[in-house]
Unconditional design. Sequence first.
Length: 292
Amino acid sequence: MSAAIASHNPSKVVLITGCSSGIGRAAALRLAAAGHTVYATARRPDSLAALADRGCKPLALDVTDERSMTAAVRSIEAEHGAVGVLVNNAGYSQSGAVEAVPVERMRAQFETNVWGPMRLAQLVLPGMRRQRWGKLVNVSSMGGRLVFPGGGVYHASKYALEALSDALRFEVRGFGVDVVLVEPGLIRTSFSEAAVASIAPPKSETSATYAAFHEAVARATKESYEKGPLAKLAGTAEDVAAAIERAITARRPKARYTVSASAKLLLAQRAVLSDRTWDAFLRGNFPSPGAE
């Protein structure tokens, strides 16, 4: 397909990662219902049977496996010429005090939340450039712009995703490709349970040192999603899916779409508070490790 022909009739096929549950599942269903050709992916394609029944095309894709990512992109390009829209949604939260998180867990966090999305971007961009049209949507978090105690590794991965997305937005705009960040706040999915489960048990002297802190982080994480003022400001996976749809259908999408009242409130609060005042606010809600 020549560049001239492709530019007049670009592929707008959508590839979404992490569709077995939560935001990815909601986005796949919403976009398929709106008439988009959607390739819904997950490490285990058998988890996508319900999506196939609703018009999505299930595809195996593991964002930590180079061969898997390459095969998925090549199969879509073979049929459609290019991936028109990439929604990098797959991700999870590794919780725990930075000193206590094993280095292999840190690497795994970045493999899933940063290197996978960026490698997929590298794989789909040649096709997008050829057709002079494309949308890269990276699902970040309000946690890419502020940090809560016990979430340093997760927040670091989202900060990295934000920085790389900002760079890409400038670099590929001239090729007709838009890069968009979607930044959910508290979203009622299984995300919080996974975050709590990821905290390392006190099997070493270091993790034992932070045991009380980890318990408080787990409790605060769970409660923030289930009760209290922030829980009332939480959004849903469908809210994030709606923002993704706005991003890929807008002629000139915004650089960032913040989703949920909790994200808007906390980001506004962080913007006006000094580091010292923000730290004091956090100390009022979390115990300080090592403090008497």
